[in-house]
Design a protein around this ligand. Structure first.
Ligand SMILES: Nc1ncnc2c1ncn2[C@@H]1O[C@H](COP(=O)(O)OP(=O)(O)OP(=O)(O)O)[C@@H](O)[C@H]1O
Length: 319
């Protein structure tokens, strides 16, 4: 059973902006799914469509086998959405916000659960303040609590940790991980790619409204992430057209301290480390230092989205 089956989803806003272009995506039940993309990629549009606050131009979405647009009430009761924008009355206290939201979902406030939510989101000491007196990070945590009052099977988080400090971010993720371990499906957008890589078991990357890839995190890192040989020359090396021609296939990139070259596998499966190193020495001389590094999710993300934007050649390797 899939949590979401999204088919051919497109959205063109009234002013002609095409935010999503024929996106199809399957989110397995129980997964911790990262939906990633640069600013303006279409992530919030997709999430707002799932949250039923934006109507798609075309396409279908089924949630746990039910049609999202024809069985809205059934679907809404099973979903908790953390939007990017504040969605509660600023004159309510956090506890009042949670009680009121429980009522919106047609349930009597479960005070023990509300206590737990306030506690897990570090809001207990602020529970008596008016929401407008809370800091930005506290309000964001209240949005998360609000999305969970009815114990939804599916939780959708649109950049829940923007403006939340490092320690509280970690606590929030611990809580989300526990919910996920207990069976809750979590769909998340974030610009913190290291957190997405650590937490999520699936990942989709979109750009300019189109899906670039969608797969289990491990498969993405196994199939797409490459290893690089970094060579330290003590200063940035400006790569010329001749360097690019001579090192074609090794995808040379400049870094603050030298260059990076892509490592591959030869036909018998051996690493091409030795040949790559020799090619660098022939071109730039012996380096001061060298090492091998594997791409992380951020590298893969930048490579895929730059390619989609036609700016791959400008990519620099992280040093
Ligand atoms: N209400 C709207 N009317 C017109 N265009 C919109 C509207 N909302 C979003 N867009 C446009 O749709 C595109 C996708 O925006 P969206 O907010 O979905 O991207 P995003 O991936 O969530 O970006 P970010 O990471 O910056 O939050 C952008 O070009 C944006 O300008």
């Amino acid at each position: 059973m899939n949590a979401f089956e999204i088919n051919g989803l497109s959205k063109v806003y009234e002013n002609g902006n095409r935010a999503l272009n024929d996106v199809s995506l399957t989110v397995p039940k129980g997964s911790f799914y990262a939906l990633l993309g640069p600013n303006g990629a279409g992530k919030s549009t997709m999430i707002n469509i799932l949250a039923d606050t934006v109507r798609p131009s075309s396409g279908t979405v089924s949630l746990l086998g039910h049609d999202l647009f024809n069985e809205r009430n059934w679907c809404k009761r099973r979903m908790g959405v953390v939007p990017q924008e504040i969605a509660f009355d600023p004159f309510f206290t956090p506890r009042e916000v949670l009680r009121f939201t429980s009522g919106l979902f047609g349930c009597k406030p479960d005070e023990a659960w509300l206590d737990e939510l306030l506690d897990r989101l570090e809001l207990t000491v602020h529970a008596g303040k008016k929401a407008r007196q809370l800091s930005g990070g506290m309000r964001r945590r209240l949005l998360v609590a609000q999305a969970l009052v009815h114990r939804p099977e599916l939780v959708i988080l649109d950049e829940p940790t923007a403006g939340v400090d490092v320690e509280l971010r970690r606590k929030l993720w611990d809580f989300m991980r526990e919910l996920n371990d207990a069976g809750t499906t979590i769909l998340l957008t974030t610009h913190y790619l290291d957190e997405a890589e650590e937490l999520c078991d699936h990942v989709a990357i979109i750009d300019h409204g189109a899906l670039l890839t969608a797969q289990p995190m491990r498969a993405l890192m196994r199939d797409i992430a490459s290893s690089y040989l970094w060579l330290n020359y003590g200063q940035a090396v400006t790569l010329t057209d001749a360097d690019h021609d001579a090192l074609a296939g090794l995808e040379p990139r400049s870094s603050d301290e030298g260059v990076c070259l892509k490592l591959g596998r030869s036909e018998n499966g051996d690493s091409t480390f030795h040949q790559t190193y020799q090619a660098a020495v022939a071109r730039f001389g012996p380096p001061l230092d060298a090492g091998v590094r594997s791409e992380d999710l951020e590298d893969v993300f930048l490579r895929l989205t730059r390619r989609a934007g036609g700016d791959d050649a400008a990519a620099e390797c992280k040093s």
